[in-house]
Ligand binder design. Structure first.
Ligand code: GTP
Ligand code: MG
Length: 351
């Protein structure tokens, strides 16, 4: 099967062999090609070197243009009104329309009113929104918890939220920082998913461990961890198939992958990143809760913030499961992933 053929080594690849000299003896009769069979062992594809340079991250204000022009423009308009102050009902309604959520919108308005902020209503609402986002280490990186072992990142979420794209962006980011990365193609549901991960891996210059489509995702992750330990890689990022949070058998499969990591690298405490499409709005909260229960999330990546005028979900998602947003996706390029800094985020919204 074509799938199992090793790719030719790129010029300059670290494990490229020199071309063999042409033989002077008469050519032996070529053996008939054996019927290719799916090999049981994983395929570790070589990565081109050196790491391509990562373009600078986009300005957050540009990435958030739609949200800034959408519910935030209305909010700023209301809050910047005359000396009599805003209509708090309108403020609440605007927050709800911006996906902040009804309960949270009411709380923000109540607390902002009680502040009687001498700097005005905008300053009060801004402070209350900022207070919904816990302070965090903005320079966060996935770190190994097992001495000598790799850091492990398991990427999960419902279908089409941007998991594979985010993995490509993360690989490019950490590779540009000089880390040694390996990707695990544990979305074995479709052949195209494996190919998509390969394209991102090639761009970032990182190797992929893949099995055949339909293989057990846990086995792929197990082999990727083996390969990472053997190579001394310091980061493994595993892609997983998108799944509906309501399908318990699929959620069980994810929990199994999680157990495989614990078994192969006891104490590794993998980062489990939940990728949420910001355009999903409040439905994202139910998704996050179900994934949190199934696998224990440690971080959130909020994607497609560039595509929504209602980015208020960011204020609701953290509090709903008590897990920090680590990155926001603001486009489809490798560089379009921004580490989440609550202060910069709120400043960009109110700019
Ligand atoms: N505009 C925009 N598009 C994005 C972003 N992140 C991902 N996408 C797009 O979203 C679509 C789905 O992305 P994938 O990475 O394939 O999503 P996935 O979660 O891996 O999908 P499945 O594996 O099918 O569950 C692609 O067209 C991506 O280019 C983002 O931050 N902004
Ligand atoms: Mg995918």
């Amino acid at each position: 099967m074509f799938f199992w053929r090793k790719k030719p080594a790129e010029p300059g690849a670290f494990d490229a062999e020199p071309e063999p000299e042409p033989a002077s003896e008469p050519e032996p009769t070529p053996e008939p090609e054996p019927t290719p069979e799916p090999a049981p062992e994983p395929q570790l594809e070589p990565a081109p070197e050196p790491a391509p340079e990562l373009q600078p991250a986009p300005d957050l204000a540009i990435g958030l243009e739609r949200t800034r022009g959408g519910f935030m423009a209305r909010l700023r308009g209301l809050l910047g009104g005359g000396p009599e102050g805003p209509s708090w009902d309108d403020v609440e309604e605007t927050l709800i329309a911006g996906d902040v959520g009804a309960g949270l919108a009411l709380e923000v308005v109540e607390r902002a009113r009680q502040r009687r902020d001498p700097a005005g209503a905008e300053s009060a609402v801004r402070a209350e929104l900022a207070a919904l986002l816990a302070p965090r280490d903005v320079a966060w990186r996935p770190r190994p918890s097992v001495s000598g072992g790799p850091a492990v990142v398991l990427v999960v979420g419902v279908n089409g939220t941007g998991k594979t794209t985010t993995i490509g962006k993360l690989a490019a980011r950490y590779r540009a920082e000089g880390r040694s990365i390996l990707l695990a193609a544990a979305d074995t549901f479709r052949a195209a998913a494996i190919d998509q991960l390969r394209i991102w891996a090639d761009r970032a210059g990182v190797p992929v461990v893949a099995h055949a489509p339909g293989a057990d995702p846990g086995a792929v992750v197990f082999d990727a961890l083996d390969a990472a330990v053997a190579r001394g890689a310091d980061l493994v990022i595993a892609d997983t198939a998108g799944r509906l949070h309501t399908k318990s058998n699929l959620m069980d499969e994810l929990a199994k992958v999680r157990r495989v990591i614990d078994k192969r690298l006891p104490g590794a405490s993998p980062e489990t990143l939940f990728v949420l499409d910001a355009t999903t709005g409040q439905n994202g909260l139910a998704q996050a809760k179900a994934f949190h229960e199934a696998v224990g999330l440690t971080g959130i990546v909020l994607t497609k913030l560039d595509s929504t005028a209602k980015g208020g979900i960011v204020f609701a998602i953290e509090g709903s499961i008590g897990v920090p947003v680590r990155f926001v996706g603001v486009g489809e390029r490798a560089a379009d992933l921004v580490p989440f800094d609550p202060e910069a985020f709120v400043a960009a919204l109110f700019a």
